[in-house]
Design a protein around this ligand. Structure first.
Ligand SMILES: N[C@@H](CCC(=O)N[C@@H](CS)C(=O)NCC(=O)O)C(=O)O
Length: 237
């Protein structure tokens, strides 16, 4: 009989959705994947809401732990890091620093860049063009990219010069600066860090799972991706 894989992941190709994939591809964790189709609003079905009360991706179910469910991408990374003893420094201060930068991503970079994306790529496309929130979220996102750039000067990774879950959480957001229309011009340390992580084989595999969304990174037919993506949120306006 085929052995069940440890983790069942529910996700989609987005900045939050790639985080657990990057971790598991890096760590060699075996996982089953259910790709959540936003077009069909699968993230809002009663069955899925039992796993993730927020109705968003990602979510994991740990089959080796009585089907314990974890939602919120930062909490998922923390859970996986502790379970597999990977990408989380042992030294207590470095461990705290990892949590600090993970929180910095979850509380700041994700929400601000997410709104920058929403107002420019979705709302504007659906006929709701609002310069004030666009200015606010783009400016705030740029400020956050500058903080990363300053911190990364002279460092390979965010914490203790080792690749941690803080990098794994932050990378898919900072890498999507094109889609958020947030300039990273004049931020060489941030760019060098992005390239460093781009070049990891696991990153390259992960960004194609469950499927690529190249427009996030400024590749492919941007106009078509924008229209298709905005279409999903038609109900919002
Ligand atoms: N704080 C949550 C945010 C999750 C989130 O916003 N996921 C988005 C994709 S990046 C989603 O599921 N969107 C679908 C929707 O809003 O219905 C996390 O980090 O897990």
């Amino acid at each position: 009989m085929r052995k069940q894989k440890d983790i069942h992941l529910y996700t989609a190709p987005t900045s939050n959705g790639w985080k657990p994939i990057i971790f598991m591809e890096e760590a060699g964790v075996e996982y089953d994947l259910t790709s959540i189709d936003f077009d069909k609003r699968e993230q809002k079905t009663p069955e899925y809401l039992k796993l993730n009360p927020n109705g968003r991706i990602p979510t994991i179910v740990d089959r080796t732990n009585n089907n314990f469910v974890v939602f919120e991408s930062g909490a998922i990374l923390w859970y996986l890091a502790e379970k597999y003893d990977k990408f989380l420094p042992k030294n207590p201060n470095d461990k705290s620093l990892t949590l600090q930068w993970l929180m910095f991503q979850m509380a700041n970079i994700g929400p601000m860049m997410g709104q920058a994306m929403y107002f420019q790529r979705i709302a504007a496309k659906l006929g709701e063009e609002h310069p004030f929130p666009i200015k606010r979220y783009v400016k705030e996102s740029r400020r956050l990219m500058e903080i990363l750039n300053t911190h990364l000067e002279g460092r390979q990774y965010l914490v203790a010069d080792e690749y941690t879950i803080a990098d794994i959480a932050t990378y898919p957001w900072a890498r999507a600066h094109y889609w958020a229309k947030v300039s990273v011009d004049g931020l060489p340390h941030l760019k060098a860090w992005l390239h460093r992580i781009d070049n990891r084989e696991a990153t390259q595999r992960a960004l194609e799972i469950p499927e690529p969304f190249w427009a996030f990174f400024g590749k492919g037919d941007i106009e078509e991706s924008e229209c298709k993506n905005a279409e999903r949120f038609k109900g919002d306006v």
